[in-house]
Design a protein around this ligand. Structure first.
Ligand code: FAD
Ligand code: EPU
Length: 304
């Protein structure tokens, strides 16, 4: 703890309950929890964890994450304080540099103010820019990678690299960052947007928010879609047709609004969610011969 505190000007805590940092409101304690304020601090921490063999976990908005009830033994680095947000360029295209810890809603709010178009489809997605890059968050056939030119990342040696969009190997809800885990930490994204009219940008966002309304659960805690859509099919439809919509295990339920969302209805444990995931998956495999792949990321959870 003392060593970590020396490496960062941000807060460091012990036994931090992860349920406070996930949109699921589920998760036991992180042994050590740190919020570095600068890219250099992240790099120092990365070098230290490598030298010491300490497991490292990266946390953005916690909106795609299930943490076990026992929590995690290791260091959780929360990126929330990596908050750069600036724009450059006076032509039709404008480059926006944004820190991994900036929330997507905040980024979108700023692009409205700057009258920049290109990110409207992402409205309504919670979480951080770092998490959105890792997950290549999106809607329909639009995802964040469309706007990415470069990602600044930190490798396992603590070296900071600028990676081109191609090097990020973006795909449907996938990226090189996801595959490499804590070996590549997203620090900052460089996006290219176009000039637009504030009124049009706002209208488009409103239209998209409205389209989401009533089709996805918003009031009950969740982590978005649990499974990726299989090629040519919809996970939500398969789960509904397998008869799981609205069914519960412990405090976790398959949302009656959207069957690919699991909601924390009554103080669900991570174990409740895991049992529900297994049951749904087995049922869909038996009925349709389709193996659903998890979109959700898990920490400290085995056999899911
Ligand atoms: P986290 O949950 O914090 O982390 C996700 C993964 O990324 C973890 O493996 C974590 O270790 C890793 N990670 C986080 N930050 C970094 C970093 N800086 N460097 C390296 N690794 C990192 N997603 C969509 O794509 N489309 C949607 O329409 C959508 N709608 C949603 C609606 C709701 C109500 C909710 C709750 C979720 C929704 N999601 C959606 C899922 C989620 O919001 C996205 O996946 C989001 O991009 C995750 O970002 P995050 O910062 O919360 O990531
Ligand atoms: N459907 C059902 N039953 C359900 C839910 C959906 O039959 O319970 C059917 C719908 O009627 C529709 C089809 O499935 O015909 C697709 O549903 P929807 O439009 O809700 O989209 P989705 O494919 O389930 C994807 C993303 C969402 C994103 C929406 C935007 C994935 C795994 N999910 O959902 O992203 O918000 O499109 O429309 O790709 C996320 O990734 O976390 C996420 C929420």
């Amino acid at each position: 703890m003392a060593e970590i505190s020396k490496m960062t000007s941000g807060p460091v805590s012990l036994a931090e309950p992860m349920c406070r940092h996930t949109t699921f409101r589920i998760g036991g304690p992180a042994a050590v929890f740190a919020c570095p304020k600068h890219l250099e601090e992240v790099a120092d921490i990365r070098r230290w964890t490598r030298r010491r063999g300490v497991p490292l976990y990266l946390l953005g908005g916690g909106s795609n994450l299930l943490v076990s009830d026992a929590g995690v033994q290791g260091l959780v680095v929360h990126t929330g304080s990596l908050s750069t947000l600036r724009s450059a360029g006076d032509g039709e295209s404008v480059t926006v540099s944004v820190g991994a810890g900036v929330s997507l809603p905040r980024l979108l709010e700023r692009t409205v103010r700057w009258e920049l178009t290109g990110l409207e489809p992402l409205v309504g997605i919670p979480g951080s820019v770092g998490g959105a890059a890792v997950m290549n968050a999106g809607v329909g056939d639009f995802d964040l990678s469309r706007a990415v030119v470069r990602i600044r990342a930190c490798d396992r040696r603590g070296d900071v690299l600028d990676m081109s969009e191609q090097q990020c190997e973006f795909g449907y809800r996938s990226s090189v960052f996801q595959r490499r885990g804590a070996d590549l930490i997203v620090l900052e994204a460089e996006l290219v947007l176009r000039r637009g009219r504030r009124r049009d940008i706002r209208r488009e966002m409103r239209r998209r928010l409205l389209a989401r309304k009533g089709r996805q659960p918003r009031r009950e805690p969740s982590a978005g879609s649990v499974f990726k859509n299989p090629e040519g099919a919809s996970a939500g439809r398969l789960i509904e047709e397998a008869g799981w919509k609205g069914r519960s295990i412990g405090g976790a339920s398959v949302s009656p609004i959207h069957a690919n969302f699991i909601v924390n209805r009554r103080d669900a444990s991570a174990e409740d969610v895991v049992r529900l995931i297994r049951a749904v998956r087995e049922s869909v495999a038996r009925k349709f011969g389709v193996e659903l792949e998890l979109e959700l990321k898990t920490w400290g959870v085995t056999d899911v």
